[in-house]
Design a protein around this ligand. Structure first.
Ligand code: NDP
Ligand code: MG
Ligand code: MG
Length: 340
């Protein structure tokens, strides 16, 4: 079993008395800055002028330009969109790092794929919450937390790991559990998870189920509730008590259907495709494609993004959700903090 760190094992003293600059105030940034601040750490925010900067100020934080925040801080957490990090790092962060500072990330992509090459005289580590930023904030406020991974890439002070754990505790993650990993493992598993299961696999599964029902003549509203809305209720059960706990709550008919048909949907061929997705991540092929796509100003990303919005599941979903005020959209919150 991997070692999992919880609150009582973490020495926060190593981060107290240090100044933390949270760079970016988007999905992760607003959560880290406010959680650390409320956990009693000395926090400043570094962000460009704009909507999220105004939000950081409205939230009562001390806000500066990126370079000013980086210069005054001992610990610089980079929470900008991954594709923008290399340029902002080079121009507005690197020149302002001092020996013994810590350069921190929430995802290993840029360091692992050498898009950011840190100087040799600073600590480099990551604290990667395993959940969307808005839930890092929401769970912290409710007394809970989102689990996190920590990894040390470079330790010049001898306290990189302790500092990473203290940071993780400050954002609430040690309430849920903090695991130690490497930049390679965090980067590759994070990319795999979001592509094969959490985002890519799941959205494709939902769409295929919805299309199968509507193409067979069933009502789109019924198909939406069946294939998308109810998913959360099922996932909540899995989150609380695993697959077995989920199966405890569903009918025996549903459980028999699960056993009979699940393997007809996710087949050996699906698993072989997952392995190819993983290989493309490990070889850097996926990273190269994403870096080039950004250099070309995202022609494919933007085209697919527009097309996806027109899918019938989105049209019917918007109408049905408008009638369910108890369904709390994260996006309103997210737009307010300027996330992408
Ligand atoms: P967001 O897209 O939400 O962050 C956007 C923030 O960066 C905004 O404050 C934006 O300001 C600011 N920004 C953009 N460009 C610049 C710039 N040139 N100079 C200064 N500030 C700028 O990012 P995420 O929170 O999604 O991701 C941050 C990191 O966290 C990434 O490494 C990601 O992989 C990682 N991560 C993200 C997760 C998530 O839940 N989203 C989960 C786990 C890790 P403005 O409002 O002006 O645009
Ligand atoms: Mg990710
Ligand atoms: Mg049912």
């Amino acid at each position: 079993m991997a070692k999992v760190f919880y609150e009582n094992e973490v020495n926060e003293g190593v981060l107290k008395g240090k100044k933390v600059a949270v760079i970016g105030y988007g999905s992760q940034g607003h959560a880290h800055a406010q959680n650390l601040n409320e956990s009693g750490y000395d926090v400043v925010v570094g962000v460009r002028p704009g909507k999220s900067r105004a939000q950081a100020e409205a939230d009562g934080l001390r806000v500066y330009d990126v370079s000013e925040a980086a210069e005054q801080a001992d610990v610089v957490m980079v929470l900008l969109p991954d594709e923008l990090q290399p340029a902002v790092y080079k121009n507005e962060i690197a020149p302002y790092l001092s020996p013994g500072n810590a350069l921190v990330f929430a995802h290993g992509f840029n360091v692992h794929f050498h898009q950011v090459v840190p100087p040799e005289d600073v600590d480099v580590f990551l604290v990667a919450p395993k959940g969307p930023g808005h839930l890092v904030r929401r769970t912290y406020e409710s007394g809970a937390g989102v689990p996190a991974l920590v990894a040390v890439y470079q330790d010049v002070t001898g306290t990189a790991k302790e500092t990473a754990l203290a940071y993780a505790k400050g954002i609430g993650s040690a309430r849920a559990g903090v695991l130690e990993t490497t930049f390679k493992e965090e980067t590759e598993t994070d990319l795999f998870g979001e592509q094969a299961v959490l985002c890519g696999g799941l959205s494709s599964l939902v769409k295929a189920g919805f299309e199968t029902l509507t193409e067979a003549g069933y009502q789109p509203e019924v198909a939406y509730f069946e294939c998308l809305h109810e998913l959360k209720l099922i996932v909540d059960l899995m989150y609380e008590s695993g697959l077995e706990g989920m199966r405890y709550s569903i009918s025996d008919t549903a459980q028999w259907g699960d056993f009979q048909s699940g393997k007809r949907i996710v087949t050996d061929e699906t698993k072989a495709a997952m392995k190819r997705v993983l290989q493309d991540i490990q070889s850097g092929e996926f990273a190269k494609g994403w870096i080039l796509e950004n250099q070309a100003n995202r022609p494919v990303f933007n085209a697919v993004n527009e097309l996806e919005k027109t899918h019938p599941i989105e049209t019917v979903g918007r109408e049905l959700r408008a009638m369910m005020p108890f369904v709390k959209p994260v996006r309103k919150e997210k737009e307010a903090v300027g996330g992408a």
